[in-house]
Ligand binder design. Structure first.
Ligand SMILES: [Zn+2]
Length: 269
């Protein structure tokens, strides 16, 4: 019986993740356009007809409708089901890693914020304050609550969150300021600074450093060929937010293992 329950639970987590992913799609579309995320219900951008509830099933509806609106045939972006699938998979991995704990609740929120922020930043090169600053506040409030829930390892408390916010906000601000001072042009956006402060609020100092270093490496690997292809100068053309978010995701899932093995490698063990 045990394994049947385990499978049912994981299916439930996956479906829950895909539903949250569907909600994130709404946030990604509406927040940067300054529209309400509650009203009106989703409609086709082509013909304005409201989407029927049975055409609004995450992942599945896209496949059944073959990526087209039922009324007017307008193409639906493949990104909608992909965001739903991504969220579902990340939720499932988090559950398998953390089980039904308060930490799971905390990191489901964190991962959802990172997904919404990344795609908005890709589309508009902005990170809305409601998500980043809101995330800082939320991460701090959850850090206050975390010690009241047992089975938390490693311990993460109010001060860890505060130091993380301070370093995340302060470190990037210092880098951005020096870059601007030296080159006389804007490098890192204010949005990235608030995003890293949010990472700090949820993951502390270690998470901030890890996300910044791995995000910079990922950004360089992806960014240099893109810049060469576009023949653009070193001007800030590619948003940094998605890379910082990816770095933070890697930290949440395998950060501690990666840090440990890197340190072991460096001391020759
Ligand atoms: Zn339509």
């Amino acid at each position: 019986m045990g394994y049947i329950m385990a499978i049912i639970t994981q299916i439930f987590i996956f479906l829950f993740g895909s539903a949250i992913g569907s909600f994130l799609n709404v946030c990604i579309y509406r927040i940067p356009r300054e529209k309400s995320i509650a009203n009106p219900p989703s409609a086709c951008p082509g013909c304005d007809k409201p989407i029927r509830f049975y055409d609004n099933i995450p992942i599945l509806s896209y496949i059944l409708l073959r990526g087209k609106c039922r009324d007017c045939g307008t193409k639906i972006s493949i990104r909608y089901p992909l965001v739903e699938l991504l969220t579902a998979i990340l939720f499932l991995i988090l559950y398998r890693k953390l089980g039904f704990t308060f930490e799971l609740f905390v990191f489901l929120i964190f991962v959802s914020l990172l997904i919404a922020i990344s795609f908005i930043d890709l589309d508009f090169q902005i990170i809305p304050d409601i998500l980043s600053i809101g995330g800082v506040v939320l991460g701090f409030l959850l850090a206050i609550a975390r010690p009241f829930f047992r089975n938390i390892d490693p311990k993460f408390g109010i001060m860890d969150s505060l130091y993380g916010i301070g370093l995340g906000g302060g470190l990037l601000f210092a880098i951005a300021w020096s870059y601007q001072f030296v080159t006389k042009r804007e490098g890192m956006g204010g949005g990235d600074i608030k995003l890293l402060a949010m990472v700090g609020a949820f993951c502390g100092i270690k998470g901030v450093i890890f996300s910044l270093v791995s995000g910079s490496i990922l950004g360089t690997i992806v960014g240099i060929p893109l810049m060469l292809a576009k023949k653009e100068s070193t001007k800030y053309a590619i948003p940094f937010g998605p890379f910082l978010s990816l770095g933070a995701l890697v930290y949440v899932f395998i950060g501690n293992t990666l840090i440990r093995s890197t340190l072991n490698f460096l001391v020759g063990r």
